[in-house]
Design a protein around this ligand. Sequence first.
Ligand code: NAD
Ligand code: ISE
Length: 343
Amino acid sequence: MAYQVGVIGTGAIGVEHIRRIHQRMGGARVVAVSDLDAARAGDVAAGIGARALPGGRDVIAAPDVDVVVVTSWGPTHEEFVLASIAAGKPVFCEKPLATTAEGCLRIVEAEVRHGERLVQVGFMRRYDAGYRALRAAIAAGQVGEPLMVHCAHRNPSVPDRYTTDMAITDTVIHEIDVLRWLLDDDHVAAQVIYPRKTRRAASHLHDPQLVLLETSRGVRIDVEAFVNCAYGYDIQCEVVGETGTARLPEPAAVLLRSEARRSTGILVDWKQRFLDAYEAELQAFFDDLGRAGPTGPSSWDGYAAAVTADACVEAQRSGRVVPVAARPRPAFYGSPGGAGSAR
Ligand code: NAD
Ligand code: ISE
């Protein structure tokens, strides 16, 4: 079946997903877009032979739109996902599903009431070959039981509108989700520490930040979030087990030996680092629509990540260790204890 897609938000990742859908996704075509910046939406629409509509709700309500893709700003996601569920239309929503656990819970409740899964959340790292290999090594017991995880999430820079809490809801949310999936274990406590601040950060932004998490099995996780690191886009993850360690592979890069130096390049943004993962997650989404509906990261995964994110934001404010307490998982999202969907 050829899916007719409506895209809400034609910014950095919106145009990337539109390109992917048109160039890489067999059987899907973008027929309508919207953006607060109407001129931008018009340009994007003209470039792909689609219509630019006044608002996101117009895109969702359009009779020729079968599937919705939400790539607008985080605080708008809840409204558009709820409207898509109400219209009975499958929706791929970029992370975060909503900016609070309460918002995610409203989506979970609406989807359960609807009676079939419609939502996939853009946690693309689960589709990254490196993270999948890391998960396989852990599941195979190659390092023994995990005890600690050391992570770094570095961006070269962020725009001025980026705030201290976005380091959690917009950035570390990736680690919060992928570590739950990697360890098949839920978070139970969160703490945030502010090291010395870089002079490259805006005055209102704490950067870097150190996020400490604890899981239900007692694994201790530290995530360095440094979003003005200057040198590149760098994602690190090392799992320390009882009998060894397993490290996320570096992206492939040519090792140069020249002029008495050895060097390799470092990628500069998420578009390059996770190019294949974005494509795999979208292809899986469209493939699943032809079967029993989305099986990728679910609204429940969005909720579970938001519960931990809320605790981290509270820990930023209070400086205290904050407990993470999610509601029991509805059977609708698969068996309890399996952290995150099987994918
Ligand atoms: P961006 O600012 O480049 O683009 C967002 C676009 O959404 C803008 O053009 C803005 O005008 C539009 N918009 C905002 N509110 C809208 C509304 N109510 N209706 C229609 N359009 C609206 O931001 P971005 O970097 O593309 O991020 C967009 C979303 O994607 C964010 O939620 C972000 O967290 C997520 N994202 C995910 C990844 C990833 O690695 N998975 C990477 C980047 C961004
Ligand atoms: C951005 O929205 C993303 O999701 C990127 O993957 C992340 O590295 C970046 O920090 C976010 O701002």
